[in-house]
Ligand binder design. Structure first.
Ligand SMILES: *Cc1c(COP(=O)(O)O)cnc(C)c1O
Length: 349
């Protein structure tokens, strides 16, 4: 597999040939300088007057041991949404190439395909929301550059069967992206440890969910050094601002705090699920490995509007394939979850 894999064949020729923008801080590296007159910055208003580190070396140095992945296998972006868009811009020729994805899943894979004029080929999950590697591979052709997987999947909440995911990674000669935005809430071991052995694997992570920092806009991609180099070539030079980098450095120095948040959410999930399943409006509660749960109810649209009127917002997934009649509910604090349960118990069908 490693021998057969030809990265250059997959990359858009213009991207392969690209000379990236060289910023002032790229040219100056390492030597002890005291006077910075190279970037037309203002000398006033420290320290935000300076451009941020384009490669976020300090953040990556702190992230690497926490995640068990070396810095050179890590890309940091303005949310995982940046990494998703970069995958299209690096690999997919507009109007020519296509991607295959599980369906239903996270909506950004399709939006970015549409923006980049790349054909999007959804392959329906089965009734347990599981993929079939054979069916995903059968949907590919010689212009398929990427297969999108998401585990635990959004909006369904379940872990994808690891055996099928492995068969896709091993059986496809293009790029396989596994979005693990919710993996901290799951018992399944994460796939990021395999990026140095699987040259076609990209694993996505984010600080937006378990790390409780959606407002900081920090997404992570793990991949081979060669793919990370391509990400760095194509991204905006200063894609993660100094405030977010500073913030991330502080957050990453308190991993135990994050572990406590995750443990609390998992515990609260264990309390909330049985209470939801006993409600008369609950037709089916799907198994979840994430910080949300998909629930099929008697009248999703009415229940959604009822909850909004009570000041409780959930996600109405009624119009999503395989999710007819379903609401997606995020696990909140015990108080928030009690408010939800109270409102649901008072609902008159
Ligand atoms: C929430 C979510 C993300 C996070 O995106 P960010 O841009 O990092 O906030 C990524 N993937 C999935 C599947 C998600 O549900």
């Amino acid at each position: 597999m490693a021998n057969e894999f030809d990265l250059q064949r997959l990359v858009r020729p213009n991207i392969w040939a690209l000379t990236p923008y060289s910023c002032a801080r790229d040219e100056f590296k390492g030597r002890a300088a005291r006077v910075f007159l190279d970037a037309n910055e203002s000398p006033y208003n420290p320290t935000i007057n300076r451009y941020p580190d384009p490669l976020q070396e300090k953040v990556k140095a702190r992230l690497a041991p926490l995640k068990g992945v070396a810095s050179e296998h890590i890309f940091l972006g303005n949310g995982s949404d940046e990494a998703i868009d970069l995958v299209y811009r690096i690999f997919c020729r507009p109007g020519v190439d296509n991607v295959v994805a599980i369906e239903p899943t996270y909506g950004m894979y399709r939006v970015c395909a549409d923006i980049n004029d790349v054909q999007y080929r959804p392959v329906l999950l089965d009734e347990h929301f599981q993929p079939s590697a054979d069916r995903l591979l059968a949907a590919t052709d010689e212009n398929t550059k990427v297969i999108w997987l998401c585990s635990p999947n959004n909006p369904t909440g379940n872990d994808l069967l690891r055996e099928e995911v492995q068969r896709v990674i091993l059986g496809f000669r293009g790029i396989v992206v596994v979005d693990e935005a919710y993996s901290d809430f799951s018992d399944q071991p994460p796939l990021r440890f395999y990026v140095d052995r699987c040259p076609n694997l990209i694993v996505l992570n984010t600080l937006s969910k378990a790390w409780a920092s959606a407002g900081a806009r920090l997404g992570i991609a793990y991949a081979s050094k060669e793919i990370i180099t391509l990400f760095n070539k194509v991204k905006y030079p200063y894609n993660v601002n100094s405030l977010s980098q500073e913030y991330a450095l502080n957050l990453l120095s308190e991993p135990l705090k994050v572990e406590r948040w995750v443990a609390q959410i998992r515990q609260e999930r264990a309390h909330l699920l049985p209470a939801l399943s006993e409600l008369p409006i609950c037709l089916k509660l799907y198994p979840t490995a994430a910080n949300f749960v998909l629930m099929r109810v008697t009248d999703a649209d009415r229940l959604y509007r009822y909850l909004v009127d009570r000041g409780v917002v959930v996600r109405n997934r009624n119009r999503v394939q395989l999710c007819a009649g379903c609401l997606r509910i995020t696990i909140g604090t015990p108080q928030e979850n009690n408010e939800l349960l109270g409102a649901l118990r008072q609902f008159k069908p």
